[in-house]
Design a protein around this ligand. Sequence first.
Ligand code: NAP
Length: 287
Amino acid sequence: MVNKISGTTTFMGLLGNPVDHSKSPIIHNTAFEALGLDHVYMAFKVEDGKLNDAVKGLKALGSKGGNITMPYKTKIIEYLDEISPEAKIIGSVNTIKIDEDGKVTGYNTDGKGFVKSLEEKDVEFKGKKIVIAGAGGASKAIAIQLAFDGAGEIVLFNRTLENAISIADNINKNIPTCKASARIMNEEDLVEEIEDSAVLVNCTSIGMKESIDQAIISSPSQLPSDIFVADIIYDPEQTKLLKIAQEAGCKHMNGLKMLIWQGAIAFKIWTDKDMPVDLITRDIFGE
Ligand code: NAP
């Protein structure tokens, strides 16, 4: 790869802090190489107060854009010239494109990546009811994109009720074709709501390292067998929730394809080319 960098190579940059565990450089550099594109992707740790300078730096150095990660997904909006409709409603940007004339446009591909991974599994969600656990950044992007793309009803459960209310209010105000509501996280109510739902999505961090033995549902008997269960966590590959879903005979998926597709959608925005998603999934993630 290093040998292929020349005087004509352009770069995309990830701006965030921290960035050292990001999978984006390996995903995009593998895709650039596979398609023979003269680009390179670098991750940049941007210190507090330096985001504007970092964006100016990308522009000055002729970058085509890049990704924005924590803690700058909202802050970046101040430095954009344009924002896509869904990113505007979500209030958060994970991808920027820089035109030849220096115009910076912001997008959010997290929710689109999730929807694409759902579609890939042939999950029918249009007009249907979806239950989402969690009301953080990922939940917001996913809930708003699902509403945008035709979900009939979304019920958000969260430990901190006001965060779920804020997402539900946002959907009801901006996307009236979808009815959204918020409830405090509680297994009994969650089980009641999923009875007539097509999809259950875990957008909480329950099931990751510190809470690897925990799940939003405690046993397979709580899950209707025809519900599709998505956990957006991809490390571990199979969370406790997904083990329970498997035992209950439910179709399910983890967050790996969401991660890859949010990158593929950003890749298309920068290069106008399709990322070789199957190659990335196989060669980088061994699936
Ligand atoms: P975030 O903004 O920090 O939100 C975390 C969410 O989890 C909040 O709703 C929080 O509730 C809830 N939560 C955390 N600990 C909890 C606990 N002990 N009990 C109940 N609720 C708890 O994080 P995020 O960026 O949305 O990410 C959430 C998860 O999605 C992470 O596991 C992350 O790895 C994963 N993710 C995956 C992808 C992908 O591409 N597959 C992309 C982004 C994120 P409160 O509001 O009450 O704090």
